[in-house]
Design a binder for this molecule. Structure first.
Ligand SMILES: [Zn+2]
Length: 279
């Protein structure tokens, strides 16, 4: 079921809901970037918050940045983490200080936490408080860590986490660099399986093995690009998938020229500012 009413709160009646702040590619100007909320009952997880996300949040919902409690960054590209500094600063200096809100919780494995902080976040977050002695802030000053557990016997590296009644599997994808031909050779990037029924590819090159692993998902959201090679799944490659897979596959992370593409046989283009609800 699809609900186009602008999302007001991060709660619902208990059904699994995916609310897309945006569905576009990193450089899209029409559809913001592919960032979304998972909502179920009183629980929510924000998956990625890119450089356009603070504006998407304002224009596509009535949710306030101060209300975001759980975040899960999938990888370090700007369209996925470019807005995290906004959340961190707003949470520490507004939401916690004046609104009695808790510290933001980040779902992240140990290895990626170190990379995200050292190579992306600390430049803007480390030097914000000086108290006599130089006092550098750390990841833990901004975020409480929720550590996912390693899932053994998985075909590829996979972590699991439960937030309220939301069950997430985070699996590694083969996203960058272009030259990597398997997830083991690629930079850390995750896709998600939610409640064992909703598959979200995250950013990935075309990866038939991944789709085979999760082929029983009830619905799939898959990233796409409109040319061969590079670091996302080319539409021409996705077209080679079996009809029953394409029929439940909504396309995300798409460029502004999407309306010139033929996607007959697919479930369609995922839409921004819209909730997908699963009972
Ligand atoms: Zn990416």
């Amino acid at each position: 079921m699809i609900n186009k009413t602008p999302k007001k709160t991060l709660k619902n009646d208990g059904e699994l809901e995916l609310f897309f702040l945006g569905v576009g590619s990193a450089f899209a100007m029409k559809n913001y970037q592919t960032n979304f909320f998972i909502i179920k009952g009183d629980s929510h997880i924000l998956v990625d918050f890119g450089s356009y996300a603070p504006i998407a949040l304002k224009n596509n919902s009535e949710i306030k940045i101060e209300d975001i409690e759980f975040i899960l960054p999938t990888h370090s590209h700007n369209d996925h983490i470019g807005g995290l500094e906004n959340i961190a600063l707003t949470n520490r200096y507004v939401a916690q200080k004046f609104m009695g809100k808790p510290k933001t919780k980040m779902i992240i494995d140990e290895n990626y936490q170190r990379i995200l902080w050292d190579y992306s976040l600390r430049g803007g977050l480390e030097w914000n408080e000086i108290d006599g002695m130089a006092h550098k802030l750390q990841f833990s000053d901004y975020f409480d860590v929720v550590r996912p557990t390693w899932k053994i016997f998985s075909p590829r590296e996979t972590f699991m986490v439960d937030i309220g009644d939301i069950h997430i599997e985070m699996f590694r994808t083969n996203h960058i660099p272009e030259q990597s031909n398997k997830w083991e050779a690629s930079f850390i990037s995750y896709g998600l399986m939610i409640d064992n029924k909703v598959f979200v590819s995250g950013d990935t090159q075309f990866d038939e093995e991944l789709i085979e692993t999760y082929k029983d998902a009830e619905i799939m959201f898959h990233d796409v690009q409109f040319f061969p090679g590079a670091v996302h799944a080319p539409l021409e490659d996705l077209k080679t998938l079996p009809e029953e897979i394409k029929g439940k596959m909504h396309l995300i992370h798409y460029a502004d020229s999407y309306d010139k593409q033929d996607i007959a046989g697919f479930a369609g283009w995922a839409q921004q500012g819209v909730s997908y609800i699963f009972n």
